[in-house]
Write a protein that binds this ligand. Structure first.
Ligand SMILES: Nc1ncnc2c1ncn2[C@@H]1O[C@H](COP(=O)(O)OP(=O)(O)OP(=O)(O)O)[C@@H](O)[C@H]1O
Ligand SMILES: [Mg+2]
Length: 281
């Protein structure tokens, strides 16, 4: 096909030899199948800032570490430099996440670099070499659903151990190849430790997966992996090999009433002392 304008620089640089086809165009990007030498790859061209919705960007970016404080300060301002920096940080977030997650053993497309706003990555393919279907496109047996659900939960745990929450995990952002599920679409991945919305987003990601796989294996619908995973993470007990149960034990700590009364008495006494007029001392 004719080379799209945004891919031309990569063709000129010899990083792409041929643009084969355009895949679905999403909210944030256009995705192409390209040939690089003998192998087919995937090129994700991010839309320019003004073509995208930044509605949720603030919520997602909280806690993202800036490489230097000059940049962080610039970004917080509405200067042109600030906006450009913010745009760059948003764009490189996906490739950063891909490298980090691939290294942590999460099944994501292998990244091959990020040039001129274009992310080059492995083409997740089906048996014939075409772009693999999304979870939303396939019908599963109950056994497959349980198996894939388990694999995705293991990946969610590995991601969290690597410090990230996907933030937009759904049947539209998981592809299926012959080995199973592959997680894609990570520009909004959030920093698990630094973002106040991380727990909520993890819960939502896990619930989306439960509800999707639960269509084929209804017994999954009663599981509560989200709270189990987050509780282990917060306690510092989450590891890539952690075995999950899908059950969240509500902590029912018994309260020692005598202890509690003693604490209340202490607080009362302190308060009384503070309130007492100075001449009483
Ligand atoms: N590495 C890949 N291999 C094969 N297909 C891919 C790959 N990456 C993306 N796709 C295809 O392109 C589509 C859009 O990709 P992606 O979800 O990353 O972009 P997006 O613009 O953020 O999409 P949306 O806004 O719809 O979530 C995917 O649904 C998938 O079908
Ligand atoms: Mg998507």
């Amino acid at each position: 096909m004719k080379v799209p304008k945004r891919l031309q620089p990569l063709v000129d640089d010899g990083m792409i030899d041929e643009v084969m086809a355009q895949l679905m165009s999403g909210k944030e990007a256009q995705v192409y199948v390209v040939r690089c030498g003998d192998s087919l790859r995937c090129a994700k061209v991010f839309k320019e800032a003004r073509q995208r919705s930044f509605k949720q960007a603030v919520q997602y970016q909280e806690g993202r570490k800036m490489r230097n404080s000059r940049r962080a300060r610039a970004m917080s301002k509405k200067t042109r430099y600030g906006q450009k920096e913010q745009e760059q940080a948003w764009l490189s977030a996906e490739v950063d996440a891909l490298y980090r997650l691939a290294a942590a053993g999460v099944r994501v497309p292998e990244p091959y670099g990020f040039v001129d706003g274009v992310l080059l990555m492995e083409l997740v393919a089906d048996e014939e070499g075409y772009a693999a279907p999304r979870l939303d496109d396939v019908t599963l047996t109950a056994e497959q659903a349980r198996d894939y659900h388990g694999q995705v939960m293991a990946d969610v745990v590995r991601m969290l151990c690597a410090g990230l929450v996907h933030g937009d995990l759904s049947e539209f952002n998981v592809l299926v190849d012959r080995h199973g599920p592959v997680i894609i679409d990570l520009p909004q991945a959030v920093d698990a430790a630094g973002n106040n919305n991380a727990a909520m987003m993890l819960q939502r990601d896990v619930d989306n997966m439960r509800n999707y796989f639960g269509r084929f294996a209804p017994e999954l619908l009663t599981t509560d992996y989200g709270r189990e995973i987050w509780a282990l993470y917060e306690a510092g007990d989450l590891h890539p090999e952690t075995t999950l149960t899908g059950v969240f034990e509500h902590e029912a700590k018994s309260v020692d009433v005598a202890d509690l009364m003693a604490v209340i008495d202490d607080v009362r006494e302190e308060q009384a002392e503070r309130m007492a007029p100075a001449w009483e001392e």
